[in-house]
Design a protein around this ligand. Structure first.
Ligand code: SF4
Length: 104
C-alpha cells in the first residue's frame, strides 16, 4: 500500500486548519473597530441621556455621571464603553447618565 493518500490528506488538513484559524482573528479586529465608533443616543436604554443635566428621572441625583459610575470603562475619554449588558455595541458619554447608575 502507498502512504501517498495519507500524506496528501495530512498536508490538506494542515493548510485548512491554518486558513480557518486566521479568519476569526481578522474578523474580530474589524468588528471591534466598527463597534467602537457607534455612540449612544438619548433614550438608548434605561432613560439614558448624553448629558446628565438633561436627566428627568426620580432616581437621578446631582453629580451622577457615566464617568463616575461602576459600569464606566472609558477612563478619561469623552466617549467610552459601558459594561452594562444593555449598552453593548455603543459608547456612552462621560457626562451621560441612565437609571442603572451605580456609584463607583
Ligand atoms: S450604567 Fe452607568 S456608565 Fe452605563 S450608561 Fe448608565 S450611568 Fe452611564
Amino acid at each position: 500500500m502507498s502512504d501517498k493518500p495519507n500524506a496528501n490528506r495530512r498536508k490538506f488538513l494542515r493548510q485548512a486548519s491554518a486558513a480557518v484559524a486566521a479568519i476569526p482573528v481578522v474578523s474580530l479586529v474589524g468588528m471591534s473597530n466598527a463597534k467602537a465608533e457607534e455612540q449612544a443616543e438619548d433614550g438608548h436604554a434605561h432613560s439614558y441621556v448624553n448629558n446628565a443635566a438633561d436627566a428627568d428621572h426620580a432616581d437621578y441625583s446631582d453629580g451622577e455621571k457615566c464617568k463616575n459610575c461602576a459600569f464606566w470603562g472609558g477612563g478619561d475619554s469623552e466617549w467610552g464603553q459601558c459594561f452594562h449588558a444593555d449598552f453593548q455595541g455603543v459608547q456612552v458619554n462621560a457626562e451621560g447618565w441612565c437609571d442603572e447608575y451605580v456609584s463607583s
